[in-house]
Design a protein around this ligand. Structure first.
Ligand SMILES: [Zn+2]
Ligand SMILES: [Zn+2]
Length: 212
């Protein structure tokens, strides 16, 4: 599997294209907005998008999903159904940030812990990682030792938990009990900012590292 990060929205959210090298079929993870930019990136790599994946219902991650799904006539999968209230409120969320254009939708499939999603010859594992939002999920490519973690974990930080139904104990448990055990060598793409590894965060992260 290969990948490319396409930052979208004024929040510089890391929309990610994952694709299967043999079929060039792609999954678009977290198309939060700037759909024209996402389409251009797909075309530049000559990819055929077949699936949209959502980590959680915040507008900067999910606001462009409906537009992209309609454009390509492809399904939206994820997040966990506990984020339904966030997705229902996408337009209101965007307005609070002065951003128009976010559209609500109902995913074709809600996801849960242990589910898998597939495009081309690639299969990703789904981990339910609540805390930042109650229905946040993370996508894991075991053969590539690569995670897309959305707003659960960042280089040197963790996701905010001061939103409705955010929970600090839950996000720590998600990181320590579900992500860190995958192994220090695992690379991750966060929802914002640069990539890192689970090992670096386990060692150095001031919110959730071993030094805490
Ligand atoms: Zn978020
Ligand atoms: Zn975000």
């Amino acid at each position: 599997m290969r990948y490319k990060i396409v930052p979208v929205t004024p929040l510089e959210q890391n929309c990610t294209l994952f694709w299967c090298e043999s079929t060039r079929q792609a999954a678009v993870v977290d198309p939060g907005g700037d759909v024209a930019r996402i389409v251009a990136a797909l075309e530049a790599e000559q990819l055929t998008p077949t699936l949209i994946l959502i980590t959680h219902g915040h507008f900067d991650h999910a606001g462009g999903a409906a537009e992209l799904a309609t454009r390509y006539n492809i399904p939206i999968e994820g997040p966990h159904e506990a984020d339904r209230f966030w997705i229902d409120g996408i337009a209101d969320q965007g307005r609070k940030f002065g951003l128009a254009g976010g559209q609500t939708f109902t995913p074709d499939r809600w996801l849960g812990d242990g589910d898998t999603v597939a495009f081309g010859e690639v299969t990703l594992e789904v981990l339910h990682c609540p805390g930042h939002t109650p229905g946040h999920v993370v996508y894991y490519s075991r053969p590539d030792a690569l995670l897309q973690v959305g707003d659960v974990l960042f280089q040197g930080s963790i996701g905010r938990t001061d939103f409705p139904q955010g929970n600090h104990a839950d996000i720590l448990a998600s990181i320590r009990q579900k992500l860190f055990p995958l192994g220090d060598d695992i690379q991750f793409i966060p929802g914002h900012g640069p990539m890192s590894t689970l090992g670096d965060e386990r060692q150095w992260n001031p919110f959730v590292g071993d030094g805490r």
